[in-house]
Design a protein around this ligand. Structure first.
Ligand SMILES: *[C@@H]1O[C@H](CO)[C@@H](O)[C@H](O)[C@H]1NC(C)=O
Length: 400
């Protein structure tokens, strides 16, 4: 039967001088894994073995996919269950979202259950993919992608289990024109891990850029400006109306950026907001809205009842927001595949935020001067019986 099929395949591949078996391998030293591919052009399938030096749940999850990007990739996602059995699932995704076992267009692969196992020397995932690489493609440069998350091992044998975003990912180029006659498979020059960025101004990338610019302006320029008006403006000018208008604009920007974020995920064909960047971004946007309401409410409560505890909460939430936003930006930069923005982008954002943080802390040195001004103002008010408001920060009017 096997012979017959091979003969038929040979007849179909009449143009090929001699049908044969080819192999290449790829090693990723940082995460300690090797992928071997043995391509049988007769049978039209490729046998993959992915070997990692990690064992058991320390493997986390590992993924190998066809092509150059997540969208449309035919993937093997594997992990080791708590009972030390190896779980291998075939998955795909429409974008930069969690691959699932649904809507797989590629042919089903078969898992080699004998080879796939975990032991103290490491773990092997073995599967055979029919129909890959596609006939007629460039067999010298067969593109694949890899992803790992060593700290997220699903504790289940359910192949459709939720996995969390990769900790790292990269590219593989295999040369499947190297004849294989058994024995060790050496890596070709082609199987390098250099990322290939694709930076076309597609609709998706345009929306991502708008999302990024609005977020940066809101979180790293307007919001700190509003905070600084409140911090430094106390001793200089009437700060509250200015603080309020700047922060209102920044919240508006944040909400538009969030809307664009939803649009980006939707354009990737998913309703899957599984990435930490999505969740944290949503929480930060909602917290920013709450923060705005709290500021206004706190101001009114102070005016009416001279209660100021909510205003301290307003300050604390402001600091938390400002601390978390740069982190979420860094997560966003990491998600932008296959643009692959330079890491400089996220470090500039973080450094800028850190600088503003230092300035803010230095601003606290102004407190003693404020208290002094406040005391003088109080004496003055006591003399001419005027009342003060605008206590959002708490330090300005020290009257009980
Ligand atoms: C590939 O795997 C299949 C199924 O496990 C096996 O029958 C076949 O001999 C393997 N081919 C090569 C070239 O190793």
């Amino acid at each position: 039967m096997r012979l017959l099929r091979s003969a038929a395949a040979l007849a179909v591949a009449a143009g090929v001088a001699h049908a044969s078996v080819f192999a290449d391998s790829f090693t990723q030293s940082q995460y300690g894994f090797t992928l071997q591919a043995i391509y049988d052009s007769d049978a039209g399938h490729t046998n993959f073995t992915l070997h990692t030096l990690n064992s058991g749940q320390a493997v986390g999850w590992m993924g190998i996919g066809t092509g150059e990007q997540m969208a449309g990739s035919n993937m093997m996602v594997g992990w080791v269950n708590t009972d030390n059995t190896v779980v291998i699932s075939q998955r795909t995704t429409a974008g930069e979202i969690m691959p699932t076992t649904k809507n797989i267009k590629a042919q089903r692969f078969t898992v080699d259950k004998t080879l796939s196992k975990t032991q103290s020397s490491g773990t092997t995932f073995a599967w055979s993919q029919p129909g890959f690489p596609e006939a007629g493609g460039n067999m010298q440069m067969v593109n694949m992608i890899w992803a790992v998350n060593p700290s997220d091992a699903p504790a289940t044998a359910d192949t459709s289990a939720t996995i969390y975003k990769h900790a790292s990912r990269g590219f593989i180029t295999l040369d499947l024109t190297k004849p294989y006659t058994g024995g060790a498979i050496t890596a070709s020059d082609a199987s390098s891990g250099a990322p290939k960025a694709s930076r076309t101004m597609s609709m998706r990338n345009s929306i991502i850029i708008a999302h990024m610019v609005l977020s940066i302006v809101a979180w790293l320029i307007l919001m700190p400006a509003g905070i600084f008006i409140a911090r430094f403006g106390r001793t200089a000018f009437t700060w509250l109306p200015k603080h309020r208008i700047v922060q209102t604009v920044s919240i508006a920007f944040i909400l538009i950026a969030m809307g664009l974020g939803f649009a980006i995920v939707k354009s990737e064909g998913g309703v899957d907001f599984s990435q930490r960047h999505h969740k944290l971004g949503f929480v930060l946007a909602m917290l920013a809205v709450f923060q705005g309401l709290l500021g206004q409410f706190g101001h009114m409560l102070w005016n009416a009842k001279r209660i100021r505890v909510q205003n301290y909460l307003h300050i604390i939430i402001g600091i938390v927001l400002f601390g978390l936003a740069p982190w979420n930006m860094a997560l966003g930069f990491d998600l932008w595949v296959p643009w692959y923005p330079s890491v400089a982008g996220k470090y500039v954002c973080i450094a800028w935020a850190a600088l503003l943080g230092v300035v803010y802390i230095c601003g606290l040195a102004l407190l003693p001067r404020e208290f002094k001004t406040d005391r003088k103002a109080q004496e003055l008010r006591a003399a001419i019986r005027i009342d003060s408001n605008d206590d959002v920060g708490g330090q300005h009017d020290r009257k009980a």
